[in-house]
Design a protein around this ligand. Sequence first.
Ligand SMILES: Nc1nc2c(c(=O)[nH]1)N[C@H]1C(S)=C(S)[C@@H](COP(=O)(O)OP(=O)(O)OC[C@H]3O[C@@H](n4cnc5c(=O)[nH]c(N)nc54)[C@H](O)[C@@H]3O)O[C@H]1N2
Ligand SMILES: Nc1nc2c(c(=O)[nH]1)N[C@H]1C(S)=C(S)[C@@H](COP(=O)(O)OP(=O)(O)OC[C@H]3O[C@@H](n4cnc5c(=O)[nH]c(N)nc54)[C@H](O)[C@@H]3O)O[C@H]1N2
Ligand code: SF4
Ligand SMILES: [Mo]
Length: 715
Amino acid sequence: MPNSVTPTHCPYCALQCGMNLTPSQDGGVTVVERPDFPVNKGALCGKGRTAPAVLASGVRLSSPLVRSGGTLVPATWEEALDRVAEGLTRTRTEHGPDACGVFGGGGLTNEKAYSLGKFARIVLGTSQIDYNGRFCMSSAAAAGMKAFGLDRGLPFPLEDIPRTGCVILVGSNLAETMPPSLRFFNELKENGGTLIVIDPRRTKTAEQADLHLMPRPGTDLALALGLLHLVVAEGRVDEEYVRERTAGWEDARAAAMAHWPEYVERITGVSVPQLRETVRLFCEPEHAMVLTARGPEQQAKGTDTVGAWINLCLATGRAGRPLSGYGCLTGQGNGQGGREHGQKADQLPGYRKLDDPEARRHVAEVWGVDPDSLPGPGRSAYELLDALGTDIRSLLLMGSNPVVSAPRAAHIEERIKSLDFLAVCDVVLSETAALADVVLPVTQWAEETGTTTNLEGRVLLRRRAITPPDGVRSDLEVMHELAARLGGERALEKGFPTDPEEVFEELRRASAGGAADYSGITYHRLAEENGVFWPCPAVPGTGNAAGGEDDSPAAGTDRPAHPGTPRLFLDRFATPDGRARFAPVSYRAIAEEPDDEYPVLLTTGRVVAQYQSGAQTRRVDELNAAAPGPFVELHPRLAARLGAAEGDPVAVVSRRGRAVAPARITTGIRPDTVFMPFHWPGEGRANTLTNPALDPTSRMPEFKACAVRVEAVKS
Ligand SMILES: Nc1nc2c(c(=O)[nH]1)N[C@H]1C(S)=C(S)[C@@H](COP(=O)(O)OP(=O)(O)OC[C@H]3O[C@@H](n4cnc5c(=O)[nH]c(N)nc54)[C@H](O)[C@@H]3O)O[C@H]1N2
Ligand SMILES: Nc1nc2c(c(=O)[nH]1)N[C@H]1C(S)=C(S)[C@@H](COP(=O)(O)OP(=O)(O)OC[C@H]3O[C@@H](n4cnc5c(=O)[nH]c(N)nc54)[C@H](O)[C@@H]3O)O[C@H]1N2
Ligand code: SF4
Ligand SMILES: [Mo]
């Protein structure tokens, strides 16, 4: 393929930056600019630019591995797949189908996520499936669902941001986590709009802000309630909007009025004048937005916290109107699509609910099974991992590395080791794959085709640019082979094709009529239109009716295909009566407040050069040079108390364990808080410390706040 250019998208985060791939001298690919994709217009961060390094043979897995005499040794695909089938069958026979667990990932394409959910329910017959997206945006999803009747991360495209008047960014460090998106916020400021950042640390993002509030971790709920109190007290409620487009205001108002600014100042550490200034900047312009990310969401009260921020938008008439609204900045490459098509414990494709009889009937028909044969909802991610080795005896893991990324990771690592059988599909030998009985090496983004849905709800086509090396197979092939081994011809009659487009065609039908309706989307359209926003129902009579052969927009008729939905809720919300719902929420403390023994707060997050558990990016030299290892960010006052100098090892100790990493001393963090990135295993693993206290609705763990003690390490 000399000089051929393949337009595709980055394998990492939810921005899903467009990139072009060209063949390189060494048989691999080189990333070049793709200016025609509107989200990033050619710009990429270092991770996207260097992604081809993980395709190299020295770094990746190239043969299946099976455990023999305690070590992992190369095996043939037949042998490895047989071992997986045996392991799962034995568990199912001895302990029943629910003893087989499945754990997926928000990085998997829509086709893979869809197939994995179907595989769990109709081949294994287990209810025990969940995925790492539970650790990501689940609180925002739950709050959005309650308030708007629909969960799509952003209800508008990023290109709306420069034209609004004010954006409050709550707990997002997008200058490091989605660098090309900073452009939209810079344009906002050039246009005279204001940017408010709420983060306990003065991050690269906070440095761009007109106003930076530095609350104590875990107190965003109080902060949002205090702002709403001031909105009411200052007479800034949009009464007409509240009357016509919302329900539940009186209860939410009464709850907010109990949160006096002085009380909120005491809880959050944000001063009353700063609260007033925030309200003024947010309310004065005609349009404004609130965007949340993991800071306020990864809390044991994340759902209520996001609900409180949504309340602020609703009271001021800033949702479901052009250039205004609430949005969540979803994280993983397919963090949006991965939460729509059935790898979640309580879900069926098209964002349907597993406990809804009509949803079960529709999906069972597409799958060719009896609706009564579909299992019910299972456990959430942490609860599933916590049950490994007890109720759940075997696990199939695809697209996550929980040994590094799960809360209370030392405990989860022990649970994983206590399994009767573990199979991991991965591209590299992750810390979790290293514990497996069978490791199946799979193809990577540049080697396979598939769709992802970015943080805007824009469905995108990733395209295969190079031939995968011998020895690896795609996740879809793995599921096909396992379906054949576990369910025989009967299972294969029910699908599990290996061609992603065939899977997508089935997904279209399964999602038709659901909240996340993809039935009007085809590979052909995605290629032609550079992405399509869901919902996009099939229009009968046009070529793109679900399952149709010819998908040209108006094949054989003058009826146009559905254009997709870049902007949601402009006429009505997706609730039965079309009104948005206020959440009647009140402040409560974090699950583990500091005390004499553990007097400091730990929060965790990311750095620009590493991705998630680091399984992929820790294998790229350029990224390791930029971010070689873990660190503990702490204030000079705390450092002085410990007698620690820059670079000295310090120990951070919580009720769950102890981690050690070099001190990074900065005035850009609250003196009562330390920060650790979570990208590394071993001694500096942040998740050794984190608290698995769960949000009662979303089941999100409290990654962003727990009590610790910090100690100097004698060398
Ligand atoms: N470089 C890089 N980019 C990534 C990823 C990556 O691993 N590396 N991962 C991707 C994924 S899956 C995700 S989910 C996104 C995450 O993207 P972000 O949400 O931007 O990332 P985080 O660093 O986890 O958290 C953001 C900020 O929250 C702040 N914070 C901590 N505690 C609190 C709190 O109690 N309240 C408030 N308001 N803020 C708090 C932290 O100081 C941090 O600066 O990034 C995506 N992009
Ligand atoms: N302390 C703390 N912990 C956190 C967070 C935090 O902010 N603080 N954030 C949480 C969040 S938001 C997230 S999203 C999680 C993420 O944490 P993880 O779930 O561990 O995510 P990754 O490190 O991306 O793991 C993905 C794995 O799948 C592999 N992989 C990549 N693509 C594919 C594919 O197509 N198929 C297969 N089979 N494998 C593939 C990768 O090589 C890697 O080993 O971490 C959570 N953990
Ligand atoms: S910002 Fe996200 S999608 Fe864009 S290049 Fe970086 S990792 Fe890839
Ligand atoms: Mo995430």
